[in-house]
Design a protein around this ligand. Structure first.
Ligand code: PLP
Length: 456
């Protein structure tokens, strides 16, 4: 086994792996074996399940995904913000291997086990606020969002839920209703759950200079007039929007909303499924403005790639639900719990919050240089290792989704995994694993730089 970086040196993450930490193309993208597998996929997998890149993975570690043809791809996506601690991170692998040999499942609701309780304790400790907390575990982000709404409804005795423009909360029936964008998430899949209302967000690039307080007042006015605080169980918001375009509300927006919720007995729910676990250069994005949510929903980065999600919050809200009202066959699966404990330990021991901030500095500097000469970059935004560029028609603020597609396609051809997002499809987003080295990150950004040039 080769170590490719010094584990103690900042700025060069240290995947202990035999996966060479360099971009290496040995075939065209996609290579012949991937093409073959894509044919099998088409014949076997439902057409509704799309893929960003037409290559099939065999291994991944550090900042590299290896495909079945032996190409080494630079990972600027982390499987959509999931492998924050890196793919097959050492502690995660060891913890899961230990657990899988002991027992794989008993169902926590039948014969409970310690790891679930330990994950709950860890989440109660690391999430914002020092109040008394409780946690319940689930399998996916959408399932956890649904459960946060269930809990808020029982606690308040109210039904309405407020969400925001550009929001993404998942693909189940209730979370489709909460998600804003029709294509591809909702189109044709209705009717959707009722009692979900949408308020305007703070979107500094596109809302004409409204500051955070003004944008909050605008949202609260809509909520007040169209829903009424007395009917409202919960306000659910992503502190930085994920799929909606990495939109970071103006300072003051989140604190004002949280304050209004507190004054009106409304449960303030932070959906930190994408922003959580060091991703934004804080353990949770809410911390940046000192916002303490009543409930916080986590998933994605929680368990190093194993499926797990959670709702954590004030004990009096979490405990309002009758015994047996929350749960699920697999929720808090022992392998996922072992992985979560190892992932949280990795974040804390390896200083990954600080690493996310270093990645932000590097990415902003490099992207800033591209933006200086390319007027099609309307804005660089985001925090930590959650950075995006919103692309426009030069000299206007008209969304430019074609450029996002072209740049992403060019990067894919050169072996760099990048994702797009945004209501208008015009946002390139970067979510590197925090285990990526500066060298790999710089190499990925070199490719991106050239991709902007080739897309002229
Ligand atoms: C991905 C995501 C979800 C849904 O999570 P799944 O695990 O895909 O169900 C919910 N909210 C946010 C903010 C997300 O990014």
């Amino acid at each position: 086994m080769t170590t490719f970086a010094d584990p103690d040196s900042a700025g060069t993450a240290a995947p202990e792996t035999d996966v060479a930490q360099e971009r290496r193309l040995v075939t065209e993208i996609p290579g012949p074996r991937s093409v073959e597998l894509m044919d099998r996929k088409t014949g076997a997998v439902a057409a509704g399940v799309g893929t960003t890149m037409p290559v099939f993975a065999t291994r991944a570690a550090g900042g590299i995904v290896v495909d079945v043809d032996g190409n080494h791809l630079v990972d600027l996506g982390s499987g959509i913000a999931v492998t924050t601690v890196g793919n097959s991170a050492r502690r995660v692998v060891e913890a899961v291997q230990r657990q899988v040999a002991e027992f794989t499942h008993t169902c926590f609701m039948v014969t409970p086990y310690e790891a679930y309780v330990a994950v709950a304790e860890a989440l109660n400790r690391v999430t914002p606020g020092d109040h008394d907390k409780r946690t319940a575990l689930f399998n996916s982000g959408a399932e956890a969002v649904e459960n946060a709404v269930k809990i808020a409804r029982v606690h308040t005795g109210r039904q309405a839920v407020v969400v925001f423009d550009h929001a993404y909360h998942g693909r189940t029936n209730l979370t489709m209703a909460m998600t804003a964008k029709s294509m591809p998430y909702k189109s044709g899949f209705g009717p959707f759950a009722s009692e979900v209302y949408r308020a305007p967000l703070s979107y500094p690039f596109r809302d004409g200079g409204l500051d955070g307080a003004e944008a909050a007042a605008r949202a609260i006015d809509v909520i007040d007039k169209q829903v009424g605080a007395g009917n409202l169980a919960a306000v659910v918001i992503e502190p930085i929007q994920g799929e909606g375009g990495f939109i970071e509300p103006a300072p003051g927006f989140l604190p004002a909303l949280a304050q209004w919720c507190r004054e009106n007995g409304v449960v303030f729910v932070a959906d930190e499924v994408q922003t959580g676990f060091a991703r934004t250069g804080d353990l949770f994005a809410c911390e940046r403005e000192g916002v303490v949510p009543d409930l916080i929903v986590t998933a994605k980065g929680i368990a190093g790639g194993l499926p797990l999600s959670a709702v954590t919050g004030r004990a009096e809200i979490m405990d309002a639900t009758h015994t047996g009202g929350l749960g699920g066959t697999y929720g808090g699966n022992p392998l996922a719990c072992a992985a979560a404990l190892a992932a949280i330990e990795t974040i804390e021991q390896d200083g990954l919050v600080g690493r996310a901030r270093e990645i932000e500095t590097l990415m902003r500097e490099r992207l800033g240089r591209i933006a200086e000469r390319d007027g099609r970059i309307g804005q660089i935004r985001g925090r930590g290792a959650m950075i995006a560029v919103e692309l426009v028609e030069e000299g206007t603020d008209a969304p430019n989704p074609d450029l996002a597609k072209a740049v992403a396609a060019a990067a894919h051809q050169q072996g760099v995994i990048v994702l797009t997002c945004g209501t208008y499809g015009n946002v390139l987003r970067f979510l590197p694993p925090l285990s990526i080295s500066d060298d790999l990150l710089n190499d990925g950004l070199d490719v991106l730089d050239a991709a902007f040039e080739s897309a002229r």
